[in-house]
Design a protein around this ligand. Structure first.
Ligand SMILES: N[C@@H](CCC(=O)N[C@@H](CS)C(=O)NCC(=O)O)C(=O)O
Length: 297
């Protein structure tokens, strides 16, 4: 079914409001309800049409639904970068979709894989790892597996929140919008609303109640722990990368490229040079096409 453009729908609604006979209160309410109904129908049909198109993705190819490409690193989302890095490490073929970045759990990324929708980068990686026999962590010693889990969770459940404080509270989402030049206009317009939601999440999580200095200190301690654990090794668990490297890379690459002017960007170079060269090492090994993956200005 061919859909009318969103501009056409909005223009017809605006015309309706301009007519004198539409100005009564009831008509205005009816117009709002009708607009909402039309918009919901539009969204429903568009969503169904997208899923029909996605059926054309070949079997066993993972379709990653993600935020648009970033300017200096392939994605502004550490979780998307983590997942893509894993798919590259595991040599699992994938394609990207930027039309519907947020999945059923209200987060990005999610994937469509052989007709199934799976949300959450951790769950996706575990599922695909089992299916394709690419569970690199299971090849580590028990002690390394425990360390890998602890480091991974420190990234996704602690450092992540500290970084959000800078991105959305202190920097007011400016850098993240600038880092996504191809973001559709509704994402740019929606930033204040998204910021409001994230600020609420930060307070509920608890980190939003600390001062910026306290948060910076927490992030620095996380970075110091990873830096110490990495030491002189090429990758966190030794000579070869595993899932935990994908996770750490997903986050640290943000600091290196998508946190311009933040204390963390400077910290990485000045205090943790082994992390800085580690990021470049992972990039070189798994992202040989890095430059081609960046958003074109
Ligand atoms: N546990 C999720 C977290 C994903 C996540 O938080 N993604 C962010 C983008 S970096 C997001 O979608 N945030 C939207 C929100 O929190 O409403 C995963 O591992 O995929």
């Amino acid at each position: 079914m061919k859909l009318p453009s969103i501009d056409l729908i909005l223009t017809s609604v605006a015309d309706g409001f301009r007519r004198p006979e539409s100005r009564s209160r009831y008509e205005a309410v009816a117009a709002v309800v009708a607009t909402y109904g039309a918009f919901s129908l539009y969204r429903y049909i568009a969503k169904r049409n997208r899923r029909r198109r996605w059926r054309d993705v070949p079997k066993d190819v993972v379709l990653v639904h993600a935020l648009p490409r970033g300017r200096l690193a392939p994605n502004v989302s550490p979780f998307v970068l983590r997942l893509e890095t894993y798919l590259r490490l595991a040599k699992i073929p994938y394609q990207l979709d930027f039309e519907e970045p947020v999945g059923s759990k209200g987060k990005s990324p999610w994937v469509t894989w052989n007709g199934e929708e799976i949300a959450d980068s951790q769950i996706i990686i575990e599922r695909l790892g089992r299916h394709y026999g690419k569970d690199f962590t299971s090849r580590l010693t028990a002690e390394q597996q425990a360390a890998a889990r602890a480091i991974s969770l420190m990234m996704t459940e602690h450092l992540c929140w500290g970084l959000r404080v800078w991105r959305y509270e202190l920097n007011r989402g400016r850098a993240v919008v600038q880092s996504m030049p191809s973001a559709p206009f509704y994402m740019r317009l929606g930033m204040p609303l998204f910021r409001w939601k994230i600020m609420r999440d930060l307070r509920v999580q608890g980190i939003g109640k600390h001062s910026p200095e306290e948060v910076e200190d927490m992030v620095k301690k996380d970075l110091a722990a990873i830096s110490l654990y990495l030491g002189e090794k090429p990758f966190l668990m030794g000579d070869e990368p595993s899932e935990v490297d994908c996770t750490v890379f997903g986050f640290l690459a943000q600091l290196k490229w998508h946190y311009p002017g933040s204390p963390y960007e400077a910290m990485l170079e000045a205090d943790f040079p082994n992390l800085s060269s580690y990021i470049l090492r992972v990039k070189e090994k798994l992202w040989p096409d890095w430059d081609q993956c960046l958003a074109r200005p």
